[in-house]
Unconditional design. Structure first.
Length: 310
């Protein structure tokens, strides 16, 4: 199966435009919908940027893809064969948007959610046809991270799972089929790392710059080639037993969002979007960092795609 001829992206903030660019490159006629005209205007620009990045990467391209941007949900969903919801991570909002979508599409249309980790079965009861509802978790930036978690809920039909796996394969991404669990797999791992990182910073064990160097070169570089399961074999399962025996009980085990992060939110220090977060950014610096991150990911994607999978 190829990517559906007509697809709709609902919610066009950080994730929507890159998702749309990926689907368009795979040949789909994509309608991008958002309730906010301002968000859509920004999305047109980020979509164009993401499409340019995909040209730079130079992967397979299917002719005939196109994108239109609209604040009219009926227009966005008319004739659509596949819908990906990417509105903010609030369950009540998602449920109401999902219901709205379901009323406007055919019975056999797949409705996927890009939730970062809300269990699919928690949202499914809001739908009349939960069999066609499924988790499709893209990673940020979605046009450059070629892995998508596919998460069926209790009521998701097997045909929905199979079709989504085919769709993900059709644009050359790696589908990762998982059993349902809060946070799914990627964010459980990422948030275990981030919890420890924030604790180490808060305790003054390491500076932000030194932490980033340590994790990027000591862990990220290595894991981008070998993966954690293989890493256990390379290090030795006996080493893991020896170290985890004394270390696991010392690791941060807090269950709430750290106070230092709550303080930053209260101060409006949200990161790139407010020019101050964990770091502070001078004029033009956020754009420069975004460009460097894109260039780095493009180079790494090309290299990692060309090496033997381990
Ligand atoms: N930002 C990230 O790194 C990642 C986010 N996600 C998930 O993807 C989803 C979207 O995240 P972001 O793009 O970061 O959010 P965002 O806040 O940047 O964008 C959400 C967009 O949805 C629009 N919206 C709000 N209510 C709407 C409605 N009723 N109908 C249509 N559009 C509506 C907003 O105007 C906004 O443009 C969330 O569930 C998030 O957890 C998943 C992977 C990575
Ligand atoms: C900090 C953070 N949180 C969530 C996600 C996600 O995948 O949902 C990401 C991401 O990189 O995609 C993230 O960086």
């Amino acid at each position: 199966m190829s990517v559906p001829e007509i697809a709709t992206v609902v919610g066009s903030g950080t994730m929507g435009p890159g998702i749309a660019a990926t689907l368009v490159r795979a040949g789909a006629e994509v309608r991008v919908y958002d309730i906010s005209a301002e968000a859509l205007a920004r999305a047109e620009q980020t979509f164009a940027f993401a499409s340019g990045v995909l040209d730079q990467v130079g992967g397979p391209k299917v002719d005939g893809g196109s994108a239109t941007f609209t604040t009219d949900i009926g227009e966005a969903l008319a004739g659509s064969r596949f819908v990906i919801e990417a509105v903010p991570e609030k369950i009540e909002l998602k449920e109401s948007v999902l219901k709205q979508i379901e009323r406007l599409v055919g019975d056999d249309v797949i409705i996927a959610t890009n939730t970062s980790g809300i269990p699919i079965s928690d949202m499914a009861p809001s739908l009349e046809r939960p069999g066609r509802f499924i988790g499709m978790h893209w990673s940020n930036p979605p046009h450059l991270i070629p892995m998508i978690e596919v998460i069926p809920g209790d009521a998701t039909e097997q045909s929905t799972v199979d079709e989504l796996v085919d769709i993900v394969n059709s644009f050359g991404y790696h589908p990762v089929l998982e059993k349902e669990i809060a946070g799914f797999v990627e964010n459980r791992v990422l948030y275990a790392i981030l919890r420890e990182c924030v604790a180490l910073l808060d305790e003054g064990i390491v500076t932000p710059e030194a932490l980033d160097t340590c994790v990027k070169w000591g862990i990220g570089y290595k894991l981008s080639v070998i993966g954690p399961t293989r890493l256990l074999d390379m290090a030795g399962v006996d080493i893991y037993a020896a170290v985890s025996g004394y270390l696991n009980k010392q690791l941060d085990a807090s269950t709430d969002t750290p106070q230092v992060i709550k303080d930053k939110i209260a101060a409006g220090e949200l990161g790139f979007k407010s020019s101050k977060g964990m770091y502070e950014y001078g004029p033009g610096e956020v754009d420069a960092k975004r460009k460097d991150i894109t260039a780095g990911l493009v180079a790494a994607l090309k290299t990692l795609s060309s090496i033997t999978p381990v």
